[in-house]
Write a protein that binds this ligand. Structure first.
Ligand code: NAD
Length: 286
């Protein structure tokens, strides 16, 4: 059980974690910290938080576990502000969607406390953000990836592993490089496709007419284009190399479709669609 949990950045991901751990009784007290007092007050109203502070060093004083749940671009500054108030028994984790930059930031800014930092990423979420978007069952039956380093404290890993399992999630360990490559393919590239499709259509002169007739396929494909722009800007900046490689591969795939249409290659198109359908059919449980 965690006596005192501090969440820095009380949005969808942080508030869902708190609600789930409170529901199961795994946490006694949850302190919130963020830039907006209004958001933190809302967190108390919704039962997400027991108390809050606008100061990072005050919020983490005496905490057993600190969860950093801010956008990737804000991680380093948060780690720097934490440094002076940490103690040897505090376990620190994060939920950032890319792990390479977070690990670099933590290494630079947490100093002697770095071995107490367990990098993590819940493979769960939605296009909604903010404390009001949180819900207790978000992590149920979902995967959490932890990417500890050689010198990460084993007890700290065990505590974070237990915390996430309490939410009903499965926990897996991975190297940072593997995590960033896999997530670029399964999450970051699809978001780029959704954002670029909506952007492209919104610039067409008859966009009103187009969106007026958008149906299920368009809705399913573009739902994630309503995701938070700050979060996605930061993910692109953080995982650019892996993402660029995938965008390149995807462009080649689109070129193949373009050529097949230009050359009236109905057999080629049929084979591509048949193979894709076969692959997608295997993933029905997603
Ligand atoms: P969110 O926008 O709902 O919440 C982020 C919170 O952090 C907000 O309350 C914001 O005010 C606060 N914040 C921003 N900068 C801050 C700073 N400098 N100091 C203190 N607080 C600050 O976002 P979210 O969806 O909860 O995402 C949080 C993290 O979780 C991100 O790193 C994101 O990459 C990761 N993540 C998101 C999802 C998802 O689907 N939304 C899934 C997995 C991981």
């Amino acid at each position: 059980m965690i006596n005192h949990l501090t969440i820095i950045g009380v949005g969808l991901i942080g508030s869902s974690l708190s609600l789930s751990l409170k529901q199961s009784g795994f946490v006694k007290r949850v302190t919130g910290c963020g830039r907006s007092e209004e958001n933190l007050k809302k967190g108390i109203e919704l039962g997400v938080l027991d108390d809050y502070s606008l100061s990072i060093s005050d919020a983490i004083k005496g905490a057993d576990v600190v969860v950093v749940a801010v956008p990737l671009g804000a991680m380093n500054s948060v780690f720097q502000q934490m440094q002076s108030s940490l103690d040897k028994s505090t376990v620190i984790t994060d939920v950032g969607s890319a792990k390479g930059t977070v690990l670099r930031d933590a290494h630079c800014s947490l100093g002697e406390y770095f071995p107490q930092f367990v990098p993590g990423h819940p493979i769960a979420g939605s296009e909604n953000s903010g404390v009001e978007a949180g819900f207790a069952s978000l992590y149920h039956d979902r995967k959490i990836i932890l990417t500890p380093e050689q010198n990460t404290n084993k007890d700290a890993v065990a505590i974070i592993d237990k915390m996430w399992r309490e939410t009903g999630a499965d926990v897996e360990l991975m190297t940072v490089e593997h995590h960033d490559r896999v997530l670029a393919a399964t999450s970051h590239l699809p978001h780029m496709l959704a954002f670029s499709l909506v952007s492209h259509l919104s610039k067409m002169s008859d966009q009103d007419e187009i969106f007026n007739y958008a149906a299920g396929g368009f809705r399913d494909f573009t739902r994630i284009a309503a995701s938070d722009p700050v979060m996605w800007r930061d993910i692109c900046m953080a995982n650019g190399d892996a993402l660029l490689e995938l965008i390149d591969g995807f462009k080649k795939e689109l070129d193949e479709i373009t050529k097949a249409i230009q050359h009236q290659d109905s057999e080629g198109l049929f084979e591509l669609f048949r193979d894709s359908k076969h692959t997608r059919d295997q993933l029905r449980d997603l």
